[in-house]
Design a protein around this ligand. Structure first.
Ligand code: 5GP
Ligand code: ZN
Length: 149
């Protein structure tokens, strides 16, 4: 879809710090990360909600998210846990109308910082995106682990 930012990322019309890509899925760093190592996965097909996707795309999205989570556990970030999260429609706070799954690392004792970061989320545009060098460094680490799996 021509005015969708995630389609533009797929078509290289907008930049992204990618950790994985094949014919059906793309995984890249969230530019307004809620925690360090926050990764987004998108199907290479414009659909707004999970149930609109062909099963093969949905299954591949979930399987790739699980591989990304494994890479996060194995890389230098060492999260204690991850959220696999899909805001599946505008009423569920979906802000980009192209299916995406968040793989969001959590760290020991980070609940207060996580909540504070969530509250700041509406002001992300004003605060500006995460430093791209920082995202590149994290992505290289995650990519290296994904190449092993
Ligand atoms: P949602 O709130 O729709 O579940 O998640 C959308 C996510 O996309 C947010 O976490 C937001 O930070 C991220 N995001 C929005 N625009 C861009 C962008 O241009 N590039 C990247 N990498 N992430 C984006
Ligand atoms: Zn799209």
């Amino acid at each position: 879809m021509s005015n969708c930012i995630f389609c533009k990322i797929i078509n290289r019309q907008l930049p992204a710090v990618t950790v994985f890509e094949d014919d059906k899925v793309m995984a890249f760093m969230d530019i307004y990360p809620l925690r360090r190592g926050h990764v987004l996965l998108i199907p290479k097909l414009h659909q707004q909600q999970m149930h609109h996707l062909p099963a093969e795309y949905r299954e591949h999205l979930v399987n790739t998210a699980s591989r990304v989570a494994q890479a996060l556990y194995a890389c230098s970030l060492k999260p204690a846990a991850v959220h696999y999260m899909v805001n599946d429609g505008p009423a569920a706070q979906q802000t980009v109308p192209h299916v995406h799954m968040h793989v969001l690392p959590r760290y020991p004792g980070d609940s207060i910082n996580f909540l504070a970061r969530l509250l700041r989320k509406p002001f992300d545009l004003a605060m500006g995106p995460e430093n791209s060098l920082m995202l590149e460094t994290l992505a290289a680490d995650i990519r290296q682990e994904l190449e092993k799996s």
